[in-house]
Design a protein around this ligand. Sequence first.
Ligand SMILES: NC(=O)c1ccc[n+]([C@@H]2O[C@H](COP(=O)([O-])OP(=O)(O)OC[C@H]3O[C@@H](n4cnc5c(N)ncnc54)[C@H](OP(=O)(O)O)[C@@H]3O)[C@@H](O)[C@H]2O)c1
Length: 319
Amino acid sequence: MKAIVCTKYGPPEVLQLQEIEKPAPKKNEICIKIHATSVTSSDCIVRGFKIPKWHPLRLMMGLVLGFGKPRNPILGMVAAGEVDSIGEKVNRFKVGDKIFAYTIKSSTKMKFGTYAQYICIPEDWLVLQKPSDMTYEEAAAIPYGGELALYFLKKGDIQNRKNVLIIGASGTIGTTAVQLAKYYGANVTGVCSTANHELVKSLGAETVIDYTKEDYSKRSERYDLILDAVPMLVADRKKSKLQAKSALAVGGKFMSIDDGSPTPNMNDLVLLKDLVESGEFKPVLDRSYSLAQMVEAHRYVETGHKKGNVVITVEHSKN
Ligand SMILES: NC(=O)c1ccc[n+]([C@@H]2O[C@H](COP(=O)([O-])OP(=O)(O)OC[C@H]3O[C@@H](n4cnc5c(N)ncnc54)[C@H](OP(=O)(O)O)[C@@H]3O)[C@@H](O)[C@H]2O)c1
Protein backbone atom coordinates (compact mmCIF):
# COMPACT_ATOMS: atom_id res chain seq x y z
CA MET A 1 0.00 0.00 0.00
CA LYS A 2 0.98 3.65 -0.31
CA ALA A 3 1.86 5.54 2.86
CA ILE A 4 3.63 8.71 3.90
CA VAL A 5 6.66 7.77 5.95
CA CYS A 6 8.37 10.12 8.42
CA THR A 7 11.78 8.63 9.07
CA LYS A 8 13.04 11.46 11.30
CA TYR A 9 11.73 14.61 12.97
CA GLY A 10 12.23 17.69 10.82
CA PRO A 11 10.70 20.04 8.23
CA PRO A 12 7.79 18.96 5.96
CA GLU A 13 10.31 17.49 3.47
CA VAL A 14 11.03 14.55 5.83
CA LEU A 15 7.66 13.13 4.73
CA GLN A 16 8.07 10.67 1.88
CA LEU A 17 5.56 8.72 -0.18
CA GLN A 18 6.56 5.03 -0.04
CA GLU A 19 5.18 1.60 -0.88
CA ILE A 20 4.90 -0.54 2.28
CA GLU A 21 3.15 -3.72 3.33
CA LYS A 22 -0.60 -3.57 3.87
CA PRO A 23 -1.48 -4.35 7.52
CA ALA A 24 -3.71 -7.29 8.51
CA PRO A 25 -6.20 -6.98 11.38
CA LYS A 26 -5.65 -8.82 14.67
CA LYS A 27 -8.59 -10.74 16.23
CA ASN A 28 -10.19 -7.62 17.75
CA GLU A 29 -9.27 -5.17 14.95
CA ILE A 30 -10.86 -3.72 11.85
CA CYS A 31 -8.79 -2.83 8.81
CA ILE A 32 -9.94 0.51 7.38
CA LYS A 33 -9.56 1.32 3.68
CA ILE A 34 -8.90 5.03 4.14
CA HIS A 35 -10.54 7.45 1.72
CA ALA A 36 -9.74 10.67 3.61
CA THR A 37 -7.57 11.83 6.47
CA SER A 38 -6.72 15.23 7.85
CA VAL A 39 -3.49 17.17 8.45
CA THR A 40 -3.79 18.64 11.93
CA SER A 41 -1.70 21.25 13.66
CA SER A 42 -0.67 18.46 16.08
CA ASP A 43 0.71 16.43 13.15
CA CYS A 44 3.05 19.34 12.37
CA ILE A 45 4.15 19.55 16.00
CA VAL A 46 4.90 15.80 16.04
CA ARG A 47 6.63 15.78 12.64
CA GLY A 48 8.92 18.64 13.67
CA PHE A 49 9.07 17.60 17.38
CA LYS A 50 8.22 21.25 17.85
CA ILE A 51 6.99 21.25 21.41
CA PRO A 52 8.64 23.93 23.57
CA LYS A 53 11.26 22.69 26.08
CA TRP A 54 9.19 24.02 29.02
CA HIS A 55 6.03 22.23 27.96
CA PRO A 56 4.92 19.44 30.33
CA LEU A 57 3.88 17.30 27.34
CA ARG A 58 7.39 17.31 25.83
CA LEU A 59 8.70 14.47 27.98
CA MET A 60 5.51 12.47 27.50
CA MET A 61 5.66 13.08 23.75
CA GLY A 62 9.23 11.79 23.62
CA LEU A 63 8.37 8.72 25.70
CA VAL A 64 5.26 7.86 23.72
CA LEU A 65 6.40 8.79 20.21
CA GLY A 66 10.16 8.27 20.40
CA PHE A 67 12.99 10.75 21.04
CA GLY A 68 15.36 10.74 18.05
CA LYS A 69 12.74 9.77 15.47
CA PRO A 70 9.10 8.69 15.51
CA ARG A 71 8.79 5.07 16.65
CA ASN A 72 5.82 4.67 14.29
CA PRO A 73 6.97 6.42 11.11
CA ILE A 74 3.47 6.88 9.68
CA LEU A 75 1.71 9.92 11.15
CA GLY A 76 -1.97 10.90 11.05
CA MET A 77 -4.72 10.40 13.62
CA VAL A 78 -8.06 10.63 11.82
CA ALA A 79 -9.54 8.46 9.11
CA ALA A 80 -12.73 8.16 7.14
CA GLY A 81 -13.24 5.17 4.90
CA GLU A 82 -14.66 1.66 4.58
CA VAL A 83 -14.12 -1.44 6.66
CA ASP A 84 -11.93 -3.58 4.39
CA SER A 85 -11.53 -6.69 6.58
CA ILE A 86 -12.15 -7.69 10.20
CA GLY A 87 -10.57 -9.89 12.85
CA GLU A 88 -12.45 -13.01 13.95
CA LYS A 89 -13.67 -11.49 17.24
CA VAL A 90 -15.04 -8.26 15.75
CA ASN A 91 -18.80 -7.80 16.13
CA ARG A 92 -19.47 -4.02 16.00
CA PHE A 93 -18.57 -3.70 12.31
CA LYS A 94 -18.80 -5.64 9.07
CA VAL A 95 -16.87 -5.43 5.82
CA GLY A 96 -18.13 -2.51 3.71
CA ASP A 97 -19.30 -0.32 6.63
CA LYS A 98 -18.57 3.35 5.95
CA ILE A 99 -16.95 4.72 9.08
CA PHE A 100 -14.89 7.56 10.53
CA ALA A 101 -12.35 7.20 13.32
CA TYR A 102 -10.04 9.02 15.72
CA THR A 103 -7.02 6.85 16.46
CA ILE A 104 -6.25 8.60 19.77
CA LYS A 105 -8.26 6.80 22.44
CA SER A 106 -6.24 7.97 25.45
CA SER A 107 -2.68 8.99 26.24
CA THR A 108 -1.65 5.32 26.32
CA LYS A 109 -4.01 3.90 23.69
CA MET A 110 -3.09 5.78 20.54
CA LYS A 111 -1.87 4.81 17.15
CA PHE A 112 -0.77 7.16 14.42
CA GLY A 113 -0.82 5.83 10.88
CA THR A 114 -3.69 7.34 8.91
CA TYR A 115 -1.40 8.92 6.27
CA ALA A 116 -1.82 5.66 4.39
CA GLN A 117 -4.25 3.65 2.31
CA TYR A 118 -5.04 1.25 5.19
CA ILE A 119 -4.84 1.14 8.98
CA CYS A 120 -5.88 -1.49 11.53
CA ILE A 121 -7.31 -0.43 14.90
CA PRO A 122 -9.26 -2.18 17.67
CA GLU A 123 -13.00 -2.10 17.02
CA ASP A 124 -13.70 -0.62 20.48
CA TRP A 125 -11.64 2.52 19.82
CA LEU A 126 -13.24 5.76 18.63
CA VAL A 127 -14.91 4.46 15.46
CA LEU A 128 -18.47 5.25 14.34
CA GLN A 129 -20.57 4.80 11.24
CA LYS A 130 -20.12 7.84 8.97
CA PRO A 131 -23.10 10.21 8.73
CA SER A 132 -24.69 9.08 5.47
CA ASP A 133 -24.95 12.42 3.69
CA MET A 134 -21.37 13.47 4.40
CA THR A 135 -18.33 13.07 2.20
CA TYR A 136 -15.34 11.14 3.56
CA GLU A 137 -13.42 14.43 3.63
CA GLU A 138 -16.07 16.09 5.81
CA ALA A 139 -16.21 13.07 8.13
CA ALA A 140 -12.41 13.12 8.51
CA ALA A 141 -12.76 16.70 9.74
CA ILE A 142 -15.06 15.81 12.67
CA PRO A 143 -12.97 14.08 15.37
CA TYR A 144 -9.87 16.21 16.05
CA GLY A 145 -11.43 19.68 16.26
CA GLY A 146 -14.63 18.20 17.67
CA GLU A 147 -13.09 16.26 20.55
CA LEU A 148 -10.73 19.10 21.49
CA ALA A 149 -13.33 21.88 21.29
CA LEU A 150 -15.85 19.87 23.33
CA TYR A 151 -13.24 19.01 25.97
CA PHE A 152 -12.30 22.65 26.53
CA LEU A 153 -15.84 24.02 26.39
CA LYS A 154 -17.02 21.44 28.92
CA LYS A 155 -13.98 22.09 31.13
CA GLY A 156 -14.95 25.75 30.96
CA ASP A 157 -18.48 24.87 32.15
CA ILE A 158 -20.05 26.01 28.88
CA GLN A 159 -23.60 25.09 29.98
CA ASN A 160 -23.46 27.90 32.54
CA ARG A 161 -21.67 30.57 30.47
CA LYS A 162 -23.58 33.32 28.72
CA ASN A 163 -20.96 35.45 26.96
CA VAL A 164 -18.21 33.42 25.36
CA LEU A 165 -15.18 34.71 23.43
CA ILE A 166 -13.23 32.40 21.11
CA ILE A 167 -9.79 33.65 20.02
CA GLY A 168 -8.59 31.93 16.83
CA ALA A 169 -12.22 31.38 15.83
CA SER A 170 -11.32 30.48 12.24
CA GLY A 171 -9.07 27.47 12.92
CA THR A 172 -10.03 23.81 13.32
CA ILE A 173 -10.82 24.03 17.04
CA GLY A 174 -12.08 27.62 16.72
CA THR A 175 -14.66 26.96 13.98
CA THR A 176 -15.91 23.96 15.95
CA ALA A 177 -15.94 25.80 19.29
CA VAL A 178 -18.02 28.65 17.83
CA GLN A 179 -20.68 26.20 16.60
CA LEU A 180 -20.67 24.12 19.80
CA ALA A 181 -20.87 27.19 22.06
CA LYS A 182 -23.93 28.27 20.03
CA TYR A 183 -25.40 24.78 20.52
CA TYR A 184 -24.98 25.22 24.31
CA GLY A 185 -26.86 28.52 24.09
CA ALA A 186 -24.00 31.00 24.51
CA ASN A 187 -23.72 34.44 22.98
CA VAL A 188 -20.50 34.07 20.96
CA THR A 189 -17.82 36.56 19.98
CA GLY A 190 -15.13 35.32 17.61
CA VAL A 191 -11.67 36.84 17.20
CA CYS A 192 -10.01 36.36 13.79
CA SER A 193 -8.37 38.33 10.97
CA THR A 194 -10.20 40.36 8.28
CA ALA A 195 -10.20 37.53 5.73
CA ASN A 196 -12.10 35.20 8.07
CA HIS A 197 -14.74 37.65 9.32
CA GLU A 198 -17.57 36.31 7.14
CA LEU A 199 -16.69 32.68 7.82
CA VAL A 200 -16.88 33.13 11.60
CA LYS A 201 -20.11 35.14 11.31
CA SER A 202 -21.63 32.39 9.16
CA LEU A 203 -20.92 29.85 11.91
CA GLY A 204 -23.23 31.74 14.25
CA ALA A 205 -21.00 34.21 16.11
CA GLU A 206 -23.03 37.30 17.06
CA THR A 207 -19.93 39.49 17.06
CA VAL A 208 -16.63 39.15 15.20
CA ILE A 209 -13.57 41.16 16.21
CA ASP A 210 -10.62 41.59 13.86
CA TYR A 211 -7.44 41.15 15.89
CA THR A 212 -5.36 42.88 13.21
CA LYS A 213 -7.32 46.12 13.78
CA GLU A 214 -8.55 46.02 17.33
CA ASP A 215 -7.74 44.74 20.81
CA TYR A 216 -10.90 42.98 22.02
CA SER A 217 -10.00 43.61 25.65
CA LYS A 218 -10.36 47.39 25.13
CA ARG A 219 -14.08 47.01 24.50
CA SER A 220 -16.51 47.35 27.40
CA GLU A 221 -17.94 43.80 27.00
CA ARG A 222 -17.05 41.27 29.68
CA TYR A 223 -16.93 37.53 29.00
CA ASP A 224 -17.85 34.57 31.19
CA LEU A 225 -15.55 32.28 29.25
CA ILE A 226 -12.57 33.07 27.02
CA LEU A 227 -11.02 30.24 25.01
CA ASP A 228 -7.68 30.94 23.33
CA ALA A 229 -7.70 28.54 20.36
CA VAL A 230 -4.65 29.99 18.57
CA PRO A 231 -2.32 27.08 17.64
CA MET A 232 0.80 26.63 19.74
CA LEU A 233 3.14 27.17 16.77
CA VAL A 234 2.09 30.85 16.45
CA ALA A 235 0.56 31.63 19.86
CA ASP A 236 1.80 34.01 22.56
CA ARG A 237 -0.03 32.55 25.57
CA LYS A 238 1.51 34.89 28.18
CA LYS A 239 0.31 37.96 26.29
CA SER A 240 -3.05 36.38 25.62
CA LYS A 241 -3.61 35.52 29.30
CA LEU A 242 -2.80 39.09 30.35
CA GLN A 243 -5.08 40.53 27.69
CA ALA A 244 -7.93 38.21 28.71
CA LYS A 245 -7.66 39.12 32.40
CA SER A 246 -9.16 42.56 31.90
CA ALA A 247 -11.97 41.26 29.68
CA LEU A 248 -13.29 38.57 32.02
CA ALA A 249 -16.57 39.04 33.89
CA VAL A 250 -16.62 38.38 37.64
CA GLY A 251 -16.32 34.59 38.01
CA GLY A 252 -15.21 34.32 34.37
CA LYS A 253 -12.68 31.76 33.19
CA PHE A 254 -9.78 31.92 30.72
CA MET A 255 -8.42 28.78 29.10
CA SER A 256 -5.99 28.04 26.31
CA ILE A 257 -6.16 24.92 24.16
CA ASP A 258 -2.76 23.96 25.53
CA ASP A 259 -4.04 23.71 29.13
CA GLY A 260 -4.17 20.08 30.21
CA SER A 261 -4.24 16.85 28.25
CA PRO A 262 -7.66 16.16 26.77
CA THR A 263 -8.77 12.55 26.75
CA PRO A 264 -10.98 11.90 23.74
CA ASN A 265 -14.06 9.84 24.46
CA MET A 266 -16.83 7.97 22.66
CA ASN A 267 -19.71 9.94 24.24
CA ASP A 268 -18.32 13.14 22.77
CA LEU A 269 -17.82 11.54 19.34
CA VAL A 270 -21.43 10.31 19.41
CA LEU A 271 -22.62 13.81 20.35
CA LEU A 272 -20.59 15.33 17.50
CA LYS A 273 -22.09 12.87 15.04
CA ASP A 274 -25.61 13.63 16.35
CA LEU A 275 -24.97 17.37 15.95
CA VAL A 276 -23.76 16.83 12.39
CA GLU A 277 -26.91 14.86 11.62
CA SER A 278 -29.18 17.48 13.18
CA GLY A 279 -27.39 20.24 11.23
CA GLU A 280 -26.06 21.97 14.36
CA PHE A 281 -22.41 21.30 13.54
CA LYS A 282 -20.74 21.28 10.15
CA PRO A 283 -16.97 20.90 9.99
CA VAL A 284 -15.36 23.64 7.91
CA LEU A 285 -13.14 22.47 5.04
CA ASP A 286 -10.28 24.60 3.80
CA ARG A 287 -7.85 23.02 1.32
CA SER A 288 -7.74 19.45 0.14
CA TYR A 289 -4.61 17.61 -1.03
CA SER A 290 -3.64 14.14 -2.22
CA LEU A 291 -1.27 11.81 -0.32
CA ALA A 292 1.47 12.74 -2.79
CA GLN A 293 1.01 16.42 -1.85
CA MET A 294 1.57 15.82 1.88
CA VAL A 295 4.68 18.05 2.07
CA GLU A 296 2.68 20.95 0.63
CA ALA A 297 -0.19 20.28 3.03
CA HIS A 298 2.19 20.35 6.03
CA ARG A 299 3.78 23.59 4.83
CA TYR A 300 0.34 25.19 4.73
CA VAL A 301 -0.94 23.86 8.08
CA GLU A 302 2.31 24.91 9.77
CA THR A 303 1.63 28.58 8.95
CA GLY A 304 -1.04 28.56 11.70
CA HIS A 305 -3.54 30.26 9.38
CA LYS A 306 -5.70 27.51 7.97
CA LYS A 307 -9.44 28.03 7.96
CA GLY A 308 -11.11 25.06 9.61
CA ASN A 309 -9.64 21.78 8.38
CA VAL A 310 -7.11 20.64 5.80
CA VAL A 311 -7.95 17.21 4.41
CA ILE A 312 -6.17 14.59 2.33
CA THR A 313 -8.09 12.56 -0.24
CA VAL A 314 -6.57 9.08 -0.32
CA GLU A 315 -6.87 7.43 -3.72
CA HIS A 316 -6.91 3.70 -4.50
CA SER A 317 -6.29 2.05 -7.84
CA LYS A 318 -9.46 0.67 -9.46
CA ASN A 319 -8.39 -3.02 -9.59
N1 LIG B 1 -3.83 20.43 25.14
C1 LIG B 1 -3.48 19.47 24.29
O1 LIG B 1 -3.10 18.36 24.67
C2 LIG B 1 -3.58 19.72 22.81
C3 LIG B 1 -3.78 18.65 21.93
C4 LIG B 1 -3.89 18.92 20.58
C5 LIG B 1 -3.80 20.24 20.13
N2 LIG B 1 -3.58 21.25 21.02
C6 LIG B 1 -3.44 22.64 20.55
O2 LIG B 1 -4.36 22.83 19.52
C7 LIG B 1 -3.66 23.45 18.43
C8 LIG B 1 -4.36 23.15 17.14
O3 LIG B 1 -5.43 24.04 16.98
P1 LIG B 1 -6.12 24.22 15.57
O4 LIG B 1 -5.92 22.99 14.78
O5 LIG B 1 -7.48 24.72 15.80
O6 LIG B 1 -5.21 25.35 14.95
P2 LIG B 1 -5.32 25.97 13.47
O7 LIG B 1 -6.49 25.39 12.75
O8 LIG B 1 -3.99 25.88 12.87
O9 LIG B 1 -5.64 27.50 13.80
C9 LIG B 1 -5.50 28.38 12.74
C10 LIG B 1 -6.26 29.63 13.04
O10 LIG B 1 -5.64 30.38 14.06
C11 LIG B 1 -5.87 31.75 13.77
N3 LIG B 1 -4.87 32.63 14.34
C12 LIG B 1 -3.53 32.59 14.16
N4 LIG B 1 -2.96 33.59 14.88
C13 LIG B 1 -3.98 34.25 15.52
C14 LIG B 1 -4.06 35.36 16.42
N5 LIG B 1 -2.96 36.00 16.82
N6 LIG B 1 -5.28 35.75 16.87
C15 LIG B 1 -6.40 35.12 16.47
N7 LIG B 1 -6.40 34.08 15.62
C16 LIG B 1 -5.20 33.66 15.15
C17 LIG B 1 -5.81 31.83 12.27
O11 LIG B 1 -6.67 32.87 11.88
P3 LIG B 1 -6.13 34.02 10.90
O12 LIG B 1 -5.65 33.31 9.66
O13 LIG B 1 -7.36 34.83 10.71
O14 LIG B 1 -5.02 34.71 11.63
C18 LIG B 1 -6.30 30.47 11.77
O15 LIG B 1 -7.60 30.48 11.25
C19 LIG B 1 -2.25 22.90 18.53
O16 LIG B 1 -1.35 23.72 17.85
C20 LIG B 1 -2.04 22.93 20.02
O17 LIG B 1 -1.67 24.24 20.40
C21 LIG B 1 -3.48 21.03 22.33
